[in-house]
Design a protein around this ligand. Structure first.
Ligand SMILES: *[C@@H]1O[C@H](CO)[C@@H](O)[C@H](O)[C@H]1NC(C)=O
Length: 338
C-alpha cells in the first residue's frame, strides 16, 4: 500500500502548538466557524493526478454478479493505476454487519475484491442497509486489523492536493426510516436526530467554505437526484443541496439506487453521479426524468471510475464486463478562482 492509513488518520486539531492554541482561542470565540469533520489525507501521484473507482450497494458474498463486477474493477483499477476506492454504502446486505466479528465482512469484502489493484484504501460511508445491523461495528478500528484497506466513518473529509472529497452520512436525513415498522435501525451515536443533523450540516458547511480545493466532491449513500427506484431524496434536496450549491461543489456522488446514472443541473454546475450497481441490479422500474438534465441511465451492474488532474475531471461508467457505457469530462482553467 502506497500510504499508511495510520499516517492518514490525522485530525484537523493534530497540529503544532501555535496552531492548537490558535484553534483553541478560535474555537471558544467563534465556535460555529471551525469544522469538526475528521480530516484524512491522500497523496496524489508523482504527476499530480489521481484516479479512483466508485462502487456502491455491493456486499452479497459474491452473489448477483458482485464477483464479476469485482474482477472488472480489478482490471480497470490496474489500467488506471488507481489510488483508492470509494464505497457509496450499503456495504453488507441485507442488514449490515452483526458485529465487528461478523464473517460477512471477509466473505463480502476481503474475499471478493481480491485483485492487486484493489489493495488500496477503501473510503466508505454507511448506507441504510448498514444501519439495519450494527452500524457502529463498521466504524470499529478492529476491522482494519482484519483488512487494512477498510476505512469507514460516518462523515469525514479526504484531502488531496487537487481535490477534496466530503463524505456525508445521509441515512439519518431520511424521515421514513424513523417511522417504518418493517425494519429497525441502529441510531446509536446519531441521536438526538435533530442535533446530529444540525451539527453535521454545520460541520460540512464550514469544511466546504474553508476549503480552497480545486475540485469539491461530496459523497453520500442516498441520491439527491435519481431516476431509479428510490428517485430524488427530498430531505437532501431541502437540507443538503443548498449548502452544496452555495459552496461551489462540482460533483455529488452516491449509491442507493442499484444503477449507474449521470444527471446534470440547469441551475448550478453540480453533476449528480450514481454508482450503486455493485451487485444486485436490473430493477426495471426507471422513472421518467427531465430530459434536459438526464445524461445517462443504466439499470444494470457496474461501477464508476474517475481520473482527476488540477484542471480536468473525467468520469467513466463501466458495466459488468468493464465496457465503458458513458464518459463525461469537465475542465477548469488553472487561473479561475474558486
Ligand atoms: C450477470 O451478468 C451477466 C452478463 O451481463 C448477465 O447475463 C446476468 O443476467 C447477470 N446476473 C444477474 C444475477 O444479474
Amino acid at each position: 500500500m502506497a500510504t499508511s492509513l495510520a499516517g492518514n488518520l490525522k485530525r484537523v486539531v493534530g497540529m503544532p502548538l501555535v496552531a492548537v492554541l490558535f484553534s483553541f482561542i478560535f474555537f471558544f470565540t467563534i465556535p460555529s466557524c471551525v469544522s469538526q469533520l475528521t480530516r484524512l489525507e491522500h497523496q496524489v501521484k508523482d504527476d499530480g493526478s489521481l484516479s479512483l473507482l466508485v462502487v456502491g450497494d455491493w456486499g452479497r458474498r459474491g452473489h448477483f454478479n458482485q464477483t464479476i463486477v469485482a474482477s472488472q474493477m480489478g482490471r480497470i483499477g490496474k489500467e488506471l493505476d488507481i489510488d483508492f476506492v470509494i464505497s457509496t454504502g450499503d456495504n453488507f446486505y441485507d442488514d449490515g454487519l452483526k458485529g465487528p466479528h461478523d464473517p460477512a465482512f471477509e466473505e463480502s469484502f476481503t474475499e471478493v475484491y481480491t485483485a492487486n489493484s484493489l489493495q488500496k484504501p477503501w473510503y466508505t460511508v454507511l448506507g441504510n442497509h448498514d444501519y439495519r445491523g450494527d452500524a457502529v461495528a463498521q466504524l470499529d478500528p478492529f476491522l482494519r486489523k482484519v483488512d487494512s484497506r477498510w476505512l469507514c466513518l460516518r462523515s469525514f473529509m479526504l484531502d488531496t492536493e487537487i481535490a477534496t472529497f466530503f463524505f456525508v452520512d445521509t441515512t439519518p436525513f431520511v424521515d421514513k426510516y424513523y417511522t417504518e415498522k418493517s425494519h429497525t435501525y441502529d441510531w446509536r451515536d446519531v441521536s438526538p436526530r435533530r442535533a446530529y443533523l444540525a451539527n453535521l450540516l454545520k460541520d460540512l458547511e464550514n469544511a466546504l467554505r474553508e476549503s480552497s480545493s480545486r475540485w469539491k466532491i461530496v459523497v453520500g449513500h442516498h441520491a439527491i437526484r435519481s431516476a431509479g427506484t428510490h428517485g430524488d431524496t427530498e430531505e437532501l434536496i431541502q437540507h443538503l443541496l443548498p449548502i452544496l450549491k452555495a459552496n461551489d461543489v462540482d460533483l455529488y456522488v452516491n449509491g442507493h439506487d442499484h444503477c449507474l446514472e449521470h444527471i446534470s443541473s440547469h441551475d448550478s454546475p453540480i453533476q449528480y453521479l450514481t454508482s450503486g450497481a455493485g451487485s444486485k441490479a436490473w430493477r426495471g422500474d426507471t422513472k421518467k426524468y427531465d430530459e434536459r438534465v438526464m445524461k445517462f441511465f443504466y439499470d444494470g451492474q457496474g461501477f464508476m471510475s474517475m481520473q482527476l488532474t488540477s484542471t480536468n475531471v473525467e468520469v467513466l461508467f463501466h458495466d459488468v464486463l468493464g465496457e465503458v457505457l458513458h464518459r463525461w469530462k469537465v475542465s477548469k482553467d488553472l487561473h479561475s478562482s474558486i
